[in-house]
Design a protein around this ligand. Structure first.
Ligand code: FES
Length: 124
């Protein structure tokens, strides 16, 4: 476990914003076919800002830590700010991830972006 940063371990042991939003404005789901991990993000949007965000992740410790930090990073941000979040931003916010765990960080931003795309489609 020594290869995980303290921040990763902390978010893994105590993940924020776990759960589901029943009347979500947008839902984004991604999976990694190689490891089989799945991540779903639910968002509520008000005045172009993320006013609530929850996630459900079935995956490794890094994927859970990534989901948790992504949910924190998204809270209160505008749609545009969230769309600008990159996988590298997520890994950096966690104090880095081991090379073989970088794909786990990719799932986080991708799931969140999908939830926003889903929200935008429903608005049209
Ligand atoms: Fe696949 Fe972490 S091992 S998301």
């Amino acid at each position: 476990m020594a290869f995980y940063s303290e921040k990763v371990m902390e978010h893994f042991k105590n993940p924020r914003n776990v759960g589901e939003i029943k009347d979500a404005d947008g839902i984004g789901e991604v999976g990694n076919p190689v490891c089989g991990d799945m991540m779903t993000f639910y968002i509520k949007v008000n005045n172009n800002r993320i006013e609530n965000v929850k996630f459900k992740t079935f995956g490794c410790g890094a994927a859970i830590a990534v989901s948790s930090i992504v949910s924190e990073m998204a809270f209160g941000k505008t749609i545009e700010e969230v769309m600008a979040l990159t996988n590298a931003d997520v890994a950096k916010a966690l104090g880095g991830l081991p090379p073989n765990k970088m794909h786990c960080s990719n799932l986080g931003a991708d799931a969140l972006h999908k939830a926003i795309e889903n929200y935008k489609r429903q608005k049209i």
